[in-house]
Design a protein around this ligand. Structure first.
Ligand SMILES: Cc1cc2nc3c(=O)[nH]c(=O)nc-3n(C[C@H](O)[C@H](O)[C@H](O)COP(=O)(O)OP(=O)(O)OC[C@H]3O[C@@H](n4cnc5c(N)ncnc54)[C@H](O)[C@@H]3O)c2cc1C
Ligand code: FES
Ligand code: FES
Length: 502
């Protein structure tokens, strides 16, 4: 169906909402509270941290027979990203007879709410969990709550309430979306490009202002590439967990926004016998699930990345492109030898991730070029991979440093060593001088002194808000020693050392 410019269309509880004349940077939270009077959804931090604003965003599943929901921080999602999707808020849970959702009932009976400010966000996180995991374990419950801060009740009664709610009849736990399905079909966005009479691609904006600023939501990679050639300054929007902050906290108002969330080709993980090709719009949750068996340490780093609403919207490509010095996925990807597929127009090129950054938040992307995919090698027999993130708080916190190490052991000595960090330099990076300390040695012969000397020679000592330099350097060294301590202690032969270094 043709999109009407300047109208964002989404489904809310069996009705199509047409949001007209909104700014391209209006947030979902502001629209809910100010235009729809759905004030159950609260604003706490406006930066994705507290979870008071959690809602469930739904999309038709691949077969078109049901709706898949993801918990989402509505404070950092831009309203036009909802175009073609559905939304459930805490108000959606009330049944026609006025009764509450089992999670709400149980929070009342288990005394799981005091001031109540956090409660709607907690209810939505838990309703989302019980939708997909009907009998969650305590771990699954605390994980689902890791992005919801409660300052007065404490989590014990909230966890108890979830266990009680999970005993309810499955039909009561399921979100009522029977009326939404056909409406989602009706507002489904086009999945092929449109062309004008001259044969040029025309990307219909979702929102367009009188000044010509716009928010577009292309359906294909070809359209994205074409749009970026015509508008090299356009801002790409993926999961919005960085851009949403820039909008709220720095009042960023990008003139042209290109949303990748409707591009099916970018939402896939393709597979060859030796690698995964992860599209630029694949969420961190999907990556975590894909790599869990092959690289458990990488999956654990991702599990501690933000919170479930952050991970279910944020992308690997967005983390890489953003290039924060404390970005968590990059050390793992560098140690695993990941490569980026960069695209400009029809042309693509491959760049190893460890050659992507040129400085703090600087990279080799050219004008109009974007990350199309990340190629991640699959495990190879004999190759070892370790990673660990150290942060002040275990969940929902940013790294002091995250370290990732991969190597092979050849006749007892370390070979083909790849070691990478965040938090030590202007961008996440490999550490060649430390790699040289390890290569050709038996794990038991690697000393703290040699690592300390290489750390001092590799990085500029800098104290940061999240950790002093002394602490970071100590963690950087100790993580390597920890990774190696489980390797069997044996003395390598001189030939093995020579081969490992060749
Ligand atoms: C509460 C909270 C917790 C967080 N916790 C962590 C954490 O634990 N660890 C961590 O590393 N980060 C964390 N972050 C930061 C953020 O979530 C990540 O950097 C995330 O991966 C960004 O992805 P996104 O899809 O949301 O990017 P977006 O916000 O959509 O975009 C980020 C940047 O990437 C660009 N971009 C997006 N896609 C492409 C592409 N395909 N090609 C080129 N450029 C592109 C955008 O233009 C923008 O400049 C956190 C953020 C929040 C708000
Ligand atoms: S208001 Fe705090 S996460 Fe959205
Ligand atoms: S009940 Fe007050 S913050 Fe959770």
């Amino acid at each position: 169906m043709t999109q009407v410019t300047n109208t964002v269309r989404f489904v809310l509880d069996g009705k199509i909402i047409e949001a007209q004349g909104e700014r391209r940077t209006t947030t979902v939270l502001d629209y809910l509270r100010e235009h729809l009077q759905r004030s159950g959804t609260k604003e706490g931090c406006a930066e994705g941290d507290c979870g008071a604003c959690v809602v469930l965003v739904g999309e038709l599943n691949a077969a078109g027979t049901g709706v898949d929901y993801v918990p989402t921080n509505s404070c950092i999602q831009l309203l036009p990203t909802l175009d073609g999707k559905s939304l459930k808020t805490v108000e959606s849970l009330q049944r026609p007879d006025g009764s509450l959702h089992p999670v709400q009932e149980a929070l009342v009976s288990c005394h799981g709410s005091q001031c109540g400010f956090c409660t709607p966000g907690i209810v939505m996180s838990l309703a989302g969990l019980l939708q997909t995991v009907p009998a969650p374990s305590r771990n699954e419950i605390t994980n689902a709550l890791s992005g919801n801060l409660c300052r007065c009740t404490g989590y014990k009664p909230i966890v108890e309430a979830t266990l009680v709610a999970s005993q309810a009849d499955a039909t009561l736990l399921r979100l009522d979306d029977a009326a939404d399905l056909s409406l989602l079909q009706e507002i489904r966005r086009a999945s092929t490009p449109s062309y004008n009479l001259e044969g040029d691609i025309v990307v219909q904006p979702v929102v367009r202002t009188r000044k010509g600023n716009e928010f577009v939501s292309p359906a294909t990679v070809t359209e994205v590439a074409d749009y970026l050639l015509k508008h090299p300054q356009a801002t790409l929007l993926a999961g919005s967990t960085e851009i949403g902050l820039q909008v709220n906290k720095q009042f960023a108002r990008p003139e042209h926004i290109v949303y990748l969330g409707n591009v099916a080709e970018l939402k896939k993980i393709d597979e060859t016998p030796t690698a995964w090709r992860i599209g630029a719009q694949v969420s961190l949750t999907a990556v975590e699930q894909k790599v869990a068996a092959a690289y458990p340490d990488f999956a654990e780093v991702l599990r501690r990345f933000g919170s479930p609403p952050i991970r279910s919207t944020a992308t690997l490509a967005g983390n890489i492109a953003n290039g924060s010095p404390i970005g968590d996925s990059m050390p793992c990807l560098m140690a695993l030898g990941a490569t980026l597929v960069l695209r400009r127009g029809e042309a693509t090129r491959s760049v190893p991730l460890d050659a992507f950054y040129t400085g703090q938040k600087k990279n080799v992307l050219r004008a109009s070029e974007f990350i199309e995919a990340i190629e991640l090698p699959k495990p190879v027999p004999g190759r070892v991979f370790h990673a660990h993130k150290v942060s002040k708080r275990f969940d929902q916190d940013i790294s002091a440093t995250c370290c990732a190490l991969s190597y092979s052991l050849r006749q007892g000595v370390l070979a083909d060593v790849k070691l990478a960090y965040n938090g030590l330099a202007p961008s996440p990076c490999r550490a060649p001088q430390l790699e040289a300390v390890l290569a050709g040695k038996a794990p038991a012969d690697v000393t703290a002194q040699a690592l300390d000397a290489a750390i001092a020679a590799s990085f500029t000592a800098r104290d940061g808000l999240r950790a002093s330099w002394v602490y970071r350097a100590l963690v950087a060294r100790n993580l390597v020693l920890k990774f190696l301590q489980d390797e069997p202690a044996s003395s390598p032969s001189p030939t093995a050392v020579k081969e490992a270094l060749s």
